[in-house]
Each structure stands twice: as structure tokens, then as C-alpha cells.
Design a protein around this ligand. Structure first.
Ligand code: PGA
Length: 244
């Protein structure tokens, strides 16, 4: 499949309004430093797709800055319900007009802290697809077989899957490349040849090697500092020749 490699920055529940504004200032500075040419962001992202998923109150900042930054908008989660009386939930209707391209679904932190099951994940996938938002479904060894039972093959064919072993998330203990490769085979067996991402303690040093065996990566900790995120994007870009 010929697609740009996806670098998905997941800011999780971090940052105040002022810190977010600073993040964008730093990001633009870092891009500007990268090249003297005026079309620097275009050069930086010519063969990767850089996605940012901030907390909900800051989604509009990604949209408003997209022409200057080249960043595509993602969300960290989506409601399992349609629009209506579901206090506190963010529905696809709430997101309409913001240009959300991707949403994470079933992140291990959702499963752990919000008791999210694969039944809920299945509903979220249906909601996202109905709004033409691409679900990036996060799974690990423990959840993948049940996921295959709970989500229809038809829906999964339109999703991307991210291998997110919980031991690797936020721990500095990134998974071995061999594990990422063998999990990909499992995903392929269950769901077919759909885009496959990895997330868990990826940084600017390790990103290039993960991109050799995946279609993209999910970046938590290393996206919090915009300058660090830009150098990670540069590493990703360098190891991903055009046309790969
Ligand atoms: P991390 O998070 O990069 O901080 O390990 C990754 C993730 O949650 O997907």
C-alpha cells in the first residue's frame, strides 16, 4: 500500500491553553529553523503525515494553524453514542467542520482508566466511520482476539490498527522490532492487510526503525515538547524515502 507514513502525536490530558499556544509557537519556530526556504513545512512533511491530537478544548488550534504547520487533526477518543443527550461525551456532530481525519479508539488508557471494553470500541468505530473519520484501533496481545469477535470484519476493513503493548506506553521500554513485526502478522491474519501502526515509548532515535516495519507510529511523551516533536518528525522523514 502506498501511503504516507503517519506520525500521530497524542498529547493526552496534558497542557493548559497558554501551554498549547506556546506549543504552536515552538513548533513553527522549529520548522522555520529547519529550512531557510519559505516552504519549509511542505518540505518537512513531503513524505510523512504529521497528526496532532490535543485535548478537546484545543482541537480548533490544530485546524487554525494547519496551513502554517502542515499538521493534520486527530482526536484521542470519540463518543460511542450519536449526538443527543449524552452529557460529557464528544460526538461526531460536535467535531463536524473541524476537519478531524483520524481518531484513536480503545487506547489502553481508555481501557484501563475508563473501563472501555471491545463492545464500546465497536460502537465508537461505527460512530467514527459514519462521520468519515478513520479509526485507529489500539490493541495488544490481550485485547486483539476479543476485538476480532466484537467488531465486524466490514468495519475493521476501514480501520487502521495500532499495536500498543501497555508495558511499552510511557515507560521508556519500547517493544522489540521483532514483536512489532510478529504482531503485524497476527493483525493481517485477523483483519486483512489494513494499515498498521505501533505506539509505545517511540522517540526521535527509534522512530525510523519502527517506520521500516509499520505504516506509522503513535507518539505520546515525545510529542509534548514541540521542538522535540519536530526533530522526531525530521528523523521520520529522513528514513522514509519518497515512494516507499
Ligand atoms: P508514549 O505513549 O509515547 O508516551 O509511550 C504512546 C501512546 O500512548 O500511544
Amino acid at each position: 500500500m502506498h501511503m504516507k507514513k503517519i506520525i500521530f502525536g497524542n498529547l493526552k490530558s496534558n497542557k493548559s491553553s497558554n501551554q498549547m499556544k506556546k506549543w504552536f509557537v515552538d513548533f513553527k519556530d522549529a520548522i522555520a529553523k529547519d529550512s531557510k526556504k519559505s516552504n519549509s513545512e511542505e518540505k518537512l512533511f513531503s513524505n510523512i503525515e504529521a497528526v496532532l491530537a490535543p485535548a478537546y478544548p484545543f482541537l480548533h488550534l490544530v485546524t487554525e494553524n494547519s496551513s502554517e504547520t502542515g499538521l493534520v487533526l486527530g482526536t484521542q477518543d470519540i463518543s460511542s453514542y450519536p449526538s443527543g443527550s449524552y452529557t460529557g461525551a464528544i460526538s461526531t456532530q460536535n467535531l463536524a467542520g473541524l476537519d478531524v481525519k483520524y481518531t484513536l479508539v480503545g487506547h489502553s488508557e481508555r481501557r484501563k482508566y475508563f473501563s472501555e471494553t471491545n463492545e464500546v470500541v465497536a460502537k465508537k468505530i461505527t460512530q467514527a466511520l459514519s462521520a468519515e473519520i478513520i479509526p485507529i484501533v489500539c490493541v495488544d496481545e490481550k485485547s486483539i482476539d476479543d476485538l476480532a469477535v466484537k467488531v465486524s470484519a466490514k468495519d475493521m476493513a476501514h480501520c487502521m490498527v495500532a499495536y500498543e503493548p501497555s508495558s511499552a506506553i510511557g515507560s521508556g521500554k519500547n517493544a522489540a522490532l521483532s514483536d512489532v513485526t510478529s504482531f503485524r502478522e497476527k493483525v493481517k491474519t485477523l483483519f486483512g492487510d489494513i494499515p498498521y501502526l505501533y505506539g509505545g515509548s517511540v522517540n526521535e532515535k527509534s522512530v525510523a526503525e519502527y517506520l521500516l516495519v509499520t505504516d506509522g507510529v503513535i507518539i505520546g511523551g515525545a510529542s509534548l515538547d514541540a521542538k522535540q516533536f519536530v526533530s522526531l518528525l525530521k528523523s521520520a522523514q529522513g528514513e522514509n524515502p519518497v515512494g516507499l
